[in-house]
Design a protein around this ligand. Structure first.
Ligand code: TRP
Length: 336
């Protein structure tokens, strides 16, 4: 039986936080241990340029995200872990696909439509601040996927549309030039937790409400102390299902620990105490990985080596495929 190819990208803006860990990184690394899957994980640094024009932030985020995945135990022999910009076949394919993609399809992309809508609401020109990068972003994402014939694409709900667009684009290419691409499918796991952030909204770098994954112990406790709670006093029974503290506890706890904390809430545990226990739980899960992370952040050469190893593996698939793609569209050596 051939292995199923699972592929996903991580945009290199921002520092990994607990929401990323629980909702994406941890399940991805666990799934990659399955012998029936062939995992491709990459740092989407060309995607970062869409939103971020600060080179030092892109560089720092790329390093942090790479160190995070390695510190959390990603096996880079079993899976393929690479940086998008080290695989020039992706950007090459992106242009070829751009020429096969209807502009009307891109007009319907959520991210672009949301930007236009914001402009209209603010009385700006509809195109204000919108780059071709933002507009064409689903094509680059299609190239990310199709350059490796990724089959299952684990993504958050906001990215389903993009995977469907990749599928449309692949279909159109195949129909016109021959069957070179596998049609990808989004894989959305409803069981993984979507964490709330400090203010109770979804934890997200765009809301500035995150708890970074690898803080010092002191900083971690400080962040946890900032999680918004209601004004109930110690001794007052509290509703666990209406509490960010409990929600995060739930994402890290085993069954017995979940039950234990439910009982504590019913018995009126003080917020300060609940937060202390939450710190201890998270800290226990992350402390070894944190040490590895700190060591890796001091060892740039090792991170770079791992990424180069990944790029070689990734290109061993993409290079021959791109050769076929180029040939199919009429770009090849002069023939008789
Ligand atoms: N756009 C995705 C996000 O913002 C990241 C990404 C880039 C991606 N290329 C991809 C995800 C290819 C899956 C497959 O989350």
């Amino acid at each position: 039986m051939s292995k199923q190819r699972v592929l996903t990208g991580i945009t290199t803006t921002g520092t990994p936080h607990l929401g990323n860990y629980v909702g994406a990184i941890k399940p991805a690394i666990e799934a990659s241990r399955d012998d029936n899957v062939d995992s491709f994980f990459f740092l989407a640094d060309y995607h970062a340029l869409i939103k971020c024009h600060q080179p030092e932030l892109v560089r720092q985020s790329t390093k942090e995200i790479a160190a995070t995945w390695l510190a959390l135990g990603l096996d880079t022999d079993k899976s393929t872990f690479y940086r998008q910009s080290d695989v020039p076949e992706i950007t090459e394919l992106s242009w070829i696909l751009t020429c096969m993609t209807a502009k009307g399809l891109m007009n319907r992309a959520h991210a672009y439509k949301a930007a236009v809508q914001t402009n209209e609401e603010e009385g700006e020109d509809p195109d204000f601040g919108i780059t071709m990068g933002l507009f064409s972003y689903p094509v680059l994402m299609a190239a990310d996927i199709l350059a490796f014939n990724g089959e299952k694409i684990p993504v958050g709900k906001d990215q389903i549309q993009h995977v469907e667009m990749a599928r449309d684009i692949a279909q159109r290419f195949n129909h016109h030039f021959g069957e070179l691409f596998v049609l990808p499918e989004a894989q959305v796991d409803d069981d993984v937790a979507v964490l709330s952030g400090l203010d109770g909204r979804k934890m997200s770098k765009s809301y500035n409400n995150t708890i970074p994954l690898f803080l010092t112990e002191k900083q971690l406790q400080k962040h946890i102390n900032k999680i918004k709670t209601n004004l109930l006093e110690p001794g007052d029974p509290k509703d666990p299902d209406d509490s960010t503290v409990f929600e995060i506890w739930n994402a890290f706890a085993n069954k017995e620990q979940v039950q234990y904390m439910r009982e504590q809430f019913a018995a009126g545990i003080a917020w300060g105490q609940a937060k202390k226990e939450l710190f201890a739980l998270i800290n226990e899960e992350l402390s070894e990985a944190r040490e590895r992370y700190n060591a890796l952040m001091e060892n740039a050469d090792f991170i770079e080596q791992e990424l180069q190893k990944g790029a070689v593996k990734a290109r061993s698939y993409a290079t021959p495929l791109l050769e076929k793609v180029r040939d199919a569209v009429g770009i090849s050596a002069i023939k008789k």
